[in-house]
Design a protein around this ligand. Structure first.
Ligand SMILES: *Cc1c(COP(=O)(O)O)cnc(C)c1O
Length: 465
């Protein structure tokens, strides 16, 4: 392809993209294809000869698009959102055009410096204290793994990387029973082991960690000769939106000299609203590490996960490695690849810059406040459907419900709704029962989109019961 052809196809694809978004409401939200259907339409081997872009684009529409679940659909109420606001998409086009590797300051000084400033814009937007620094990672899973590795190294006097983990005893990490599976996985990969991830029961109407039980677990572990290494708290768990009360956890960490990480992958975006920060994030400034995903609710195209650090040094002591070929000469600079596990880095900060400037914080706040209000409204309507029960009340914009019947009936309703295609919901589990989750957070969703879900649920329920 030469650059004249690129120009032609670039225009075609940006037109295609605008049309796609403008017609999204007419498509079924979840892909309606069966397993294997897409693969069966692809040739078994790669072509030897060149093919025309017309043909490739035609196949994209015919073969790929039917197998796509539309995450940008305004009636996507499943999982958590993965918003891609248009200015962030445009920034991504520029990033993929420049295609710079931003591992070191000198491999693109502007990328590093925009990142430093954007992390600080977000720090201010989220109301975090002066002094927090941070780095943009690909995912919350990576940020959490970085934090868990830091807990491990700190607990071993920074000898784990050098000597390995033999004879270091059982390092213990504490969290509630509502955390995301990325916390379990980080403990597996870090060599801590599932058995040493201590899950504390939750209490209260936001399902926060029982801090007395946390203290008891830590002291029992010390008595048993184990090494407590860190505490992981959560704001907005994936299942039902569980939120820990942060202050008492910070106090325990202080008393016990433990490193702390806060997973706010989804709910962190909402903390740009000062009233929500006050409500959910009192004492957040005690946390050593905090992760939130602008690629979920805020509107930054996937992927974009920000990890804030109260002090970068422990993580740098854990992850920084400097072979000769990566050394930079001259003044001391920030090399963000020293803060993370992957070396190569995309220029993710540009989409934050485009996003925040295009909407202003107030524009982004309005969306989040609307989503929370509409979630409450639709929840109150679903509550009125005969025999339905709200299992967990809205926490921010997430709630869960059950229809009459057993767990099989819940799944049957979810499947029937998703086969219908007008809305998309997913199931979850809470206290050994299957639940149906409902979250509001898609960037272009309207009150009508959200309220329509209630009548679709009622209609499909009448048909399937
Ligand atoms: C989505 C989510 C994660 C995982 O995020 P990735 O960026 O996909 O790794 C972790 N924790 C919570 C609470 C989440 O909602």
């Amino acid at each position: 392809m030469n650059w004249d052809e690129f120009e032609h196809w670039g225009k075609h694809i940006s037109q295609w993209s605008a049309d796609y978004h403008k017609t999204l409401r007419d498509r079924p939200v979840r892909a309606q294809t069966a397993f294997g259907e897409t693969a069966a339409q692809l040739p078994q081997s790669p072509p030897d000869g060149a093919e025309a872009m017309e043909t490739i684009m035609g196949d994209f529409e015919a073969i790929v698009m039917p197998g796509i679940t539309h995450w940008q659909h305004p009636r996507f109420f499943a999982y958590f959102p993965a918003n891609a606001a248009p200015p962030s998409m445009l920034a991504e086009m520029l990033v993929s055009t420049i295609a710079a590797q931003c591992m070191l300051w000198q491999t693109s000084p502007a990328a590093t410096e925009v990142e430093t400033v954007m992390v600080d814009w977000l720090r201010q937007a989220l109301g975090l204290a002066d002094g927090y620094v941070g780095v943009i990672q690909d995912s919350a899973s990576s940020a959490t793994l970085s934090a868990v590795l830091t807990m491990r190294e700190r607990a071993t006097g920074y000898t784990g990387n050098r000597d390995g983990l033999a004879n270091k005893g059982h390092m213990r990490i504490y969290c509630s029973d509502q955390v995301h599976s990325s916390i379990d996985r980080a403990c597996w990969v870090a060599g801590i082991g599932q058995a040493n991830l201590v899950k504390i029961a939750t209490t209260g109407d936001r399902f926060g960690m029982d801090v007395d039980a946390l203290r008891a677990a830590i002291s029992a572990d010390r008595e048993a000769g184990h090494s407590p290494a860190g505490i992981i708290a959560i704001t907005g768990g994936t299942g039902i939106g569980a939120c820990d009360t942060l202050g008492p956890i910070v106090q325990v960490a202080k008393d016990e000299d433990l490193y702390t990480h806060l997973d706010a992958a989804w709910a962190g975006s909402a903390m740009i609203c000062p009233e929500l920060h006050r409500d959910f994030w009192a004492d957040v400034d005690g946390f050593d590490s905090i992760v939130f995903n602008p690629h979920k609710w805020l509107g930054a195209q996937f992927d974009c996960s920000v990890q804030f650090l109260r002090n970068a040094q422990p993580q740098l002591n854990t992850l920084k490695i400097e072979p000769e070929y990566l050394k930079t000469t001259g003044e001391s600079v920030t090399n963000y690849s020293e803060w993370t596990i992957p070396l190569g880095r995309r220029f993710r900060a540009l989409k934050i810059w485009f996003l925040i400037r295009s909407y202003g914080l107030e524009g982004l706040r309005t969306r989040i406040r609307n989503h929370i209000a509409w979630a409450q409204e639709v929840c109150d309507e679903i509550r009125k459907i005969d025999g339905f029960e709200i299992v967990t009340e809205p926490i921010l914009s997430l709630f869960s419900f059950r229809c009459p019947g057993d767990d099989v009936d819940q799944q049957r309703l979810v499947d029937a709704l998703n086969d219908d295609g007008r809305i998309y919901l997913t199931q979850g589990s809470f206290r050994d029962q299957k639940i149906i989750r409902f979250q509001v957070g898609q960037f272009d969703t309207t009150r009508d989109d959200v309220m329509m879900a209630h009548s679709v649920i009622q209609e499909i329920w009448e048909k399937t019961k």
